[in-house]
Design a protein. Structure first.
Length: 195
């Protein structure tokens, strides 16, 4: 096998070493044979001190990080967890989808699939991001009736379905139903992403 120096460009499937020499880092997979291969095109980085080989992508891939504010859409409701798709991070566009888990502790988290909310990333456990809606900026920005599916309207201290006249008490953002704000936020995220 040809010796690969620090920073050399590699292609997917290219051998980078063996498990006896290095541990696989980001962008590297260990095969049953013990060989380490690149999983995408990028630049090989060998950390001799920690014995880790990684591949740095050509374009930086933006992932949610602890402290980021994200826009998420409810995908599935379970007894203790609201599973969501993270759609975007404030200031950047995501090129792949990520899952978020909003723990259902406390009042006002009776969200339904399709609801959009702003949340903070508070933890990252193997690519599943724990989200929080604590704070006045965070919470629902658009919600839907769980009976008829129509958008809920903000009344004095609750949300209401104009069709069913059903009232809801949910944790909402100060930006609830402000389409102008939401569109501007999404446009800023798209603008910071180079195509």
């Amino acid at each position: 096998m040809a010796s690969i120096r620090f920073g050399k460009f590699v292609l997917p499937g290219q051998r980078l070493g063996v498990v006896e020499e290095y541990l696989p880092g980001s962008g590297v997979k260990a095969l049953k044979s013990g060989h380490l291969i690149a999983t995408f095109a990028g630049y090989a980085e060998f950390d001799a001190r920690n014995h880790v080989v990684s591949v740095r992508p050509i374009r930086s891939v933006r992932k949610p990080a602890v402290g980021d504010t994200v826009l998420a859409m409810v995908r599935e409701i379970q007894e203790k967890v609201i599973w969501s798709d993270i759609l975007t991070i404030v200031g950047s566009k995501l090129t792949t989808s990520y899952s978020g888990a909003l723990l259902r502790k406390g009042q006002g988290l009776d969200y339904v699939p399709g609801d959009l909310y702003l949340a903070k990333v508070v933890d990252d456990l193997n690519g599943i991001y724990t989200l929080s809606v604590e704070g006045k900026e965070l919470g629902l920005v658009q919600a839907f009736c769980d009976l008829c599916g129509r958008p809920l309207t903000l009344k004095l201290n609750h949300l209401e379905c104009r069709e069913c006249r059903r009232a809801y008490r949910k944790k909402i953002s100060v930006h609830y139903q402000r389409q102008d704000w939401l569109l501007n936020w999404l446009l800023i995220s798209l603008k910071h992403h180079s195509f």
